[in-house]
Design a binder for this molecule. Structure first.
Ligand SMILES: *Cc1c(COP(=O)(O)O)cnc(C)c1O
Length: 392
């Protein structure tokens, strides 16, 4: 590998060359089952014909104009996103961190409009919101913040899945204007909160006139079995950030707002050169159409359940497996000790997975995974786990 890439990633020793559906091939033509989807990005799998067609047609027509002019595909995409989410309007950008930056700026401006000159946002322990200065400051992980002080101020942190801790913080501070959280924590270890956690936060936000801001960058676009994870709770937030799977690999992010939050960012208050350009929007429109046509979101819960059932059967006698968690096709298998080695073991056997929060194996397979591929995933992964735990 070239030495001219900044070493910000500890990369695995393969280079992927092409893909089709759930499969990837490296430069040596070895095949891998992708159970990570480029970290919750390629929900339609690799080289999906609908995305390919949209990109070919749009790139022959118009790639970019800038947001100084009307962008028809952006308007179409905003119409569909608001209809599917129950939100009112959308700001388009290029990544999850940027979508959260928009949320954070929106919350601060909302505070200032109410006469709060030092607005604070309540954030969670073990959260992940991105790598820009504001979003890494919001992130609840010291490793990610290490070396980047002074951090952006204006964040107050409480434990995840702990409503009394939020109530206490609201009593202690009179400058909180918003609560920012993930409906399920991804990087933090696939942490699934109590079923009514989001509902309770909705009630608190209404009572205290706070913005409820959900980071759905990982959970959104069907991953958990609903278009957005908050739809399991029958609520809508005031602000919602999206990215990852929205373009199936073409960079696009979105910050959606509703009600009073939808009026906060006005002309000149925020922007992005690339945000929502015709090429990225054409990919996102193809993604939304394909999710509907192939009824993929409706199948995510059953597919995830089948993976959990299979893994539970294979691993039930393994005392080092502590828990298996899932919502739709977002899955975590927690072991009783750090298990980073597992990623390399799986790679050797032709399976792409990830380990997060030291001890949790994370699976984010493409939503298009079929029954036979699910069986392969179960058998490959349980073999990798048994081999790993047998060595310890
Ligand atoms: C990946 C992720 C982000 C950051 O997205 P980028 O596109 O890498 O900036 C933010 N929030 C959550 C929950 C994520 O999973």
């Amino acid at each position: 590998m070239t030495g001219h890439i900044m070493p910000t990633y500890g990369r695995l020793d393969i280079t992927l060359d092409r893909g089709e559906g759930v499969w990837l091939w490296d430069q040596a033509d070895k095949r891998y089952l992708d159970a990570l989807s480029g970290i919750a990005v390629c929900n339609l799998g690799h080289a999906h014909p609908a995305v390919h067609k949209a990109l070919c047609e749009q790139s022959a027509k118009l790639v970019h104009t800038s947001n100084l002019y009307g962008v028809a595909l952006q308007e179409q995409l905003a119409d569909q996103l608001t209809a599917k989410s129950g939100m009112n309007n959308v700001f388009f950008c290029n990544s999850g961190a940027e979508a959260n930056e928009a949320s954070i700026k929106l919350a601060r401006r909302f505070g200032h409009q109410q006469g709060i000159t030092n607005p604070a946002i309540l954030v969670m322990e073990k959260s992940f919101h991105g790598r820009t200065l504001a979003t890494l400051s919001a992130t609840g992980n010291l490793k990610i913040q290490q070396g980047f002080a002074p951090l952006v101020e204006g964040f107050i942190r409480v434990p995840y899945n702990d409503v009394p801790a939020i109530e206490q913080a609201l009593q202690q501070h009179d400058n909180i204007v918003a609560i920012l959280l993930e409906p399920i924590q991804g990087e933090g270890g696939v942490n699934i909160p109590a079923p009514d956690y989001l509902n309770q936060i909705r009630v608190l936000c209404d009572r205290h006139d706070l913005l409820m801001m959900l980071d759905e960058v990982q959970t959104g676009i069907g991953r958990t079995g609903k278009f957005l994870a908050y739809q399991h709770n029958g609520i809508t937030p005031d602000v919602c950030s999206l990215a990852k799977a929205l373009g199936n690999g073409v960079p696009i992010g979105a910050c959606l707002a509703k009600g009073k939050a939808a009026q906060v960012l006005t002309a000149g208050s925020h922007g992005s050169t690339f945000g929502g350009n015709p090429l990225a929007c054409s990919a996102a429109l193809a993604v939304l159409a394909t999710l509907d046509q192939e009824r993929l979101i409706e199948q995510a819960e059953a597919k995830g359940g089948k993976i959990v059932q299979g893994l539970t059967r294979q691993l039930k006698n393994n005392p080092q497996v502590r828990a298996i968690r899932h919502k739709g096709l977002m899955l975590g298998i927690e072991l009783d000790s750090p298990c980073h080695d597992l990623v390399g073991d799986a790679l050797t056997r032709g399976l792409l997975i990830n380990v997060t929060n030291e001890t949790t194996i994370r699976l984010l397979p493409p939503l298009i995974i079929d029954a036979e591929q699910i069986d392969s995933l179960i058998s490959l992964l349980s073999n990798v786990i048994h081999a790993h735990t047998a060595r310890r």
